[in-house]
Design a protein around this ligand. Sequence first.
Ligand code: PEP
Ligand code: MN
Length: 336
Amino acid sequence: MIVVIKPHTEEAEIQKLVKFIEGQGLQIHYSQGINSTILGLVGDTQVVDTHKLRSNKIVEKVLRVQEPYKKANRMFHPEDTIIDVAGNKIGEGYVTAIAGPCSVESEEQIVEIARAVKASGAKFLRGGAFKPRTSPYSFQGMGATGLELLLLAKKETGLPIVTELMDLSQLDLFEDVDVIQVGARNMQNFIMLKELGKIDKPILLKRGLSATMSEFLMAAEYIMSGGNEKVILCERGIRTFEKATRNTLDISCVPVLKRKSHLPVIIDPSHATGINWTVESMAKAAVAAGADGVMIEVHNKPEEALCDGDQAITPAEFDHIMNTLKKYADIEGKTI
Ligand code: PEP
Ligand code: MN
């Protein structure tokens, strides 16, 4: 349920109402926009006497929120959430590029790629240290050493880093990581999501392989319900009957999620198709559809990559894509 407060209401009056509602065992999500103040009610709203609320002199209207996600819901927070990591913004108005290899493989590899993608305009460096591989016999990532190398690349370039947490037991190692990625396979690891709700760090949440948009938003809600509202939604392709591509990029989720939610939505074209020569067209489609950014796998030697080489593009190809995306961002009136 949301309570829209009349414009120009005194803060003290609002606080009186907040106390009254909290007194009924509900939590309040307070959203102060430019034009309006909205109180989002979280909890068992059956106990609320809506007639009484509506008759309060500072209340403009009271609306029931049908969807099961509340804090992620745009009704709770009409303005777009913009996540700021040391001045690098992700959210409406920006097209933010996150780029780097699937996996960190060596100091030379990660530093070389970091330098190249930064020069092309990437604002974040990605790279997996702990890798969720389908086969236990495949390269599992460098683990803690990989994280150290990522931090080294961050020091060399100044690029904030995005890397995947596969298990809560690794969380202590992630202190200096700027954005924690929750991979597609962990999208419904509710225990992990709840713990990430308690920390103050942006979470890049990838859509599960077969998750509906509603399930995706409920996963975000798990994190947000704990207090961490810095969630970035990442569409990375879903399972369909089509086998020509690794997954099927659900481009429609950009406008749909952005309408339903205030959270930033980015596209990962690399995992969506699994094919390097499709990355450019999928990235262009992402920006044209209104995505707030792209996450692209870039490798200095794709043919030697230890993971996801087929979808990796070279730094030169990434540079070309960024030049193209700049034109697309211009059309959309966004900063890249
Ligand atoms: C990745 O980003 O390297 C990754 C493993 O992604 P996903 O969880 O989307 O498969
Ligand atoms: Mn990958």
